[in-house]
Design a protein around this ligand. Structure first.
Ligand SMILES: [Zn+2]
Length: 278
């Protein structure tokens, strides 16, 4: 194990719950020496949180974080089922318009859209990913979405598997709301903290998730910002995992979760896909 992932006291800071402001939290589990707490409002998060300086170093130097890993490449080659569901939501919402994808990486999601109908833009941190994304659209803004000033509004804003890594998730949702046209659509995906296979399949340390949403806390976060028409969607087909038997287990779980959700409204699947209107 890399020595770099040992997080020292100087690398962390205590926070209040960004959803309700409370500082009363119960510890629910640990991730090496990071503590994951649950607030009385239900939101789970790492507390104390790694500092911005530590995270910058971690993303740049950690051998755990590797966007070009075998698993990621295989998944992208086979098609990302979450991306497909996001595309389905957007194309049934509007057959054209301005799309912004936050944390667009190499532009994998943007490649699904017909450029004659949609104008495409993205934000991204990494220079390597930006150079790939620019082959799809020239409108790639470099940096942290919170720090980028955008001079136009969008009909659709997507944020796929990004919010859980941010230090101020509610600020991101607020900015998405501001950058949307009236009646615009936000589509956000995060891992599900109520996922029934969480323990066996989620390795917190390799992912550096700082916030753990479920259906309830995601709904409340979006409502707090002012979003309306909040809807949950499920990718019935699971993403490819590192081998076929893991993929099969997740596939069965995802199907079961879909049926349970339809019958009871409870959601125990692996990831949350939510859409909301301004
Ligand atoms: Zn709270």
């Amino acid at each position: 194990m890399s020595e770099f992932v040992i997080i020292k006291p100087k690398d962390v800071q205590k926070i209040n719950c960004p959803l309700c402001g409370s500082n009363k939290h119960k510890m629910v589990r640990t991730n090496h020496n990071l503590r994951i707490v649950k607030c009385s409002c239900g939101l789970c998060f790492v507390n104390p949180q790694p500092t911005k300086k530590f995270l910058f170093k971690w993303y740049n130097e950690s051998f755990y974080y590797n966007p070009t890993s075998e698993e990621n490449i295989t998944r992208n080659n086979r098609g990302n089922e979450v991306h497909k569901e996001v595309v389905k939501i957007i194309t049934s919402f509007k057959r054209g318009g301005k799309i912004l994808d936050i944390g667009c990486g190499p532009g994998a999601l943007l490649t699904y859209f017909d450029k004659k109908r949609y104008s495409l833009a993205g934000t991204e941190y990494s220079d390597l990913e930006i150079s790939k994304a620019k082959k799809i659209t020239r409108d790639i803004f470099k940096g942290d979405y919170l720090e980028i000033t955008l001079h136009k509004k969008f009909d659709i804003i997507t944020m796929v598997e990004v919010l859980e890594h941010t230090q101020k998730p509610l600020d991101y949702l607020k900015k998405i709301y501001t950058n949307l046209n009236v009646d615009g659509l936000a589509v956000i995906t995060v891992p599900n903290n109520d996922w029934m296979l969480m323990k066996g399949y989620m390795n917190d340390l390799t992912t550096m998730h700082l916030f753990y949403f479920n259906k309830k806390t995601m709904t409340e976060s979006l409502r707090k910002i002012g979003f309306r028409d909040i809807r949950f969607h499920i990718n019935v087909k699971a993403n490819y995992y590192e081998n076929w038997y893991k993929t099969l287990v997740i596939q069965v779980n995802q199907l079961f979760s879909f049926i349970l959700f339809r019958l009871t409204g409870l959601y125990k699947g692996s990831g949350i896909i939510v859409s909301a209107r301004k």
